[in-house]
Ligand binder design. Structure first.
Ligand SMILES: Nc1ncnc2c1ncn2[C@@H]1O[C@H](COP(=O)(O)OP(=O)(O)OP(=O)(O)O)[C@@H](O)[C@H]1O
Ligand SMILES: [Mg+2]
Length: 238
């Protein structure tokens, strides 16, 4: 079996927040397929996800060191240099947060607004892309007759899928998902899990989760973090 080349390589990556060492000398690869990031609360899982699309930089006291490379279409890009713009990086490396952050506007506008303002699509093309993303996240059947309704009237699981649809509509290559099922009931969590199983065939997924069984079902690769360090296989079993 041939191993596909990595999508990200990280060498000696450290993150400091207000001088505190949060990620410590992380050297690892993100391979195509589904990577699960496991570890206790405070281990640095979300920080690691945010390294990949430079979201830690939203915090003024944050410093990131080390070598980070994104490999796409035969090119090796340093996301921390001027080789790619920040909006383009965050489009290619989309993120879905733990708590659904729907915008206080209609279901349709939640999808269309970023496409028009960030992607520069005209409204017809944006509407088509929105419709496609709703189908991809299996939300279309539930919302097609109330696209003008306020997105905040959707259930938690539906809001989570709307946020996923909003990210997918931007045509990312890599999806970062921070505990995508943790605030959902078993039924909604199962729906998201099924969806992610189909998405991992088309996108590289990096999923933070506390649910070991969920990881066992879906993961191609598991990274375990402890106190800001990635454990190797022997340490994981210890
Ligand atoms: N913006 C920030 N400013 C200061 N410290 C931060 C910031 N973000 C994270 N930290 C600290 O970094 C450490 C790792 O946080 P992180 O959110 O990455 O953990 P986590 O593994 O995702 O935890 P959880 O499972 O609880 O979400 C924690 O000690 C946290 O307090
Ligand atoms: Mg977290």
């Amino acid at each position: 079996m041939t191993t596909l080349p990595p999508v990200f390589t990280l060498r000696n990556v450290s993150v400091f927040m207000d001088g505190r060492h949060i990620l410590r000398d992380v050297t690892t690869e993100i391979l195509p397929g589904a990577t699960f990031v496991l570890g206790r609360s405070g281990a640095g899982k979300t920080t690691l996800l945010r390294v990949l699309n430079r979201l830690n930089e939203c915090f003024p006291g944050c410093r990131t060191h080390g070598d980070i490379r994104l490999h796409l279409d035969g090119q090796s890009i340093n996301p921390y240099a001027d080789e790619i713009s920040l909006p383009e990086l965050r489009r290619l490396v989309g993120m879905v947060f733990q708590h659904p952050n729907v915008l206080p506007m209609s279901i349709e506008q939640n999808l269309i607004l970023p496409l028009v303002t960030v992607h520069g699509l005209n409204r017809d093309k944006a509407r088509d892309a929105a419709c496609h993303a709703l189908q991809e996240t299996q939300l279309w059947g539930e919302v097609h007759d109330r696209l003008a309704a306020d997105a905040r009237t959707l259930s938690g699981g539906q809001q989570q899928r709307l946020c996923l649809a909003r990210t997918l509509a931007m045509r990312p290559r890599i999806l970062l998902l921070d505990e995508p099922t943790s605030s959902l009931d078993t039924h909604s969590a199962a729906a998201i899990e099924e969806l992610l199983a189909s998405l991992k065939k088309r996108y590289t997924l990096v999923i933070v989760s506390h649910a070991v069984e969920f990881a066992a079902r879906l993961a191609d690769t598991v990274l375990t973090l402890k106190d800001g360090c990635v454990l190797d296989k022997a340490e994981e079993k210890a």
